[in-house]
Design a protein around this ligand. Structure first.
Ligand code: DQA
Length: 148
């Protein structure tokens, strides 16, 4: 049996609150809703998907490290760690697979501290500003990279 390509879908801090947190900025879709939709999209494309959310930087770094040499791609919304975390960037870079950065909001059009991303330079691309739709677009891009 051929091995399915494995994509990590990683969510950073406070994203467990989606649907209840600043809905005017982040929308009303819950994290469970985003993961369910992504799982369907992955199933249709014949990919294996593992979704993970953590609030602590160390837990995110540990999760990524556990998949070294095994994951084929990562789609990540690093949330606030986008703007602060060299550790998360290093962990993602160590995977040596395509990484796509996702944001619900348009981080380029918000407070100045959100305009800098530690993740963007090691990502193949970034998608921001389309609410929950950003995840669908990002996973589509990952499917395109891994399956075409
Ligand atoms: C976010 C944007 C970040 O600046 C913020 O800290 C988040 C969510 C987004 O998806 O728009 O928590 O990553």
């Amino acid at each position: 049996m051929t091995r399915l390509k494995h994509v990590l879908l990683i969510h950073g801090p406070n994203l467990q609150l989606l649907g209840r947190r600043r809905t005017e900025v982040y929308g009303t879709t819950t994290l469970e809703g985003i993961n369910a939709r992504a799982q369907k999209q992955a199933d249709e494309a014949g990919l294996r998907l593992t979704a993970f959310q953590a609030n602590s930087e160390g837990d995110l770094v540990d999760f990524i490290g556990r998949h070294l040499g095994e994951a084929d791609g990562a789609v990540i919304n690093p949330a606030a760690y986008t703007h602060t975390s060299v550790a998360l960037r290093d962990a993602l870079e160590a995977l040596e697979v395509p990484v796509i950065e996702v944001h619900l909001s348009n981080i380029g059009a918000r407070e100045s501290f959100r305009r800098h991303s530690y993740i963007a330079p090691i990502a193949v691309g970034s998608i921001a500003g389309f609410g929950a739709e950003s995840y669908r677009l990002a996973l589509d891009a990952m499917i395109h990279i891994l399956c075409s």
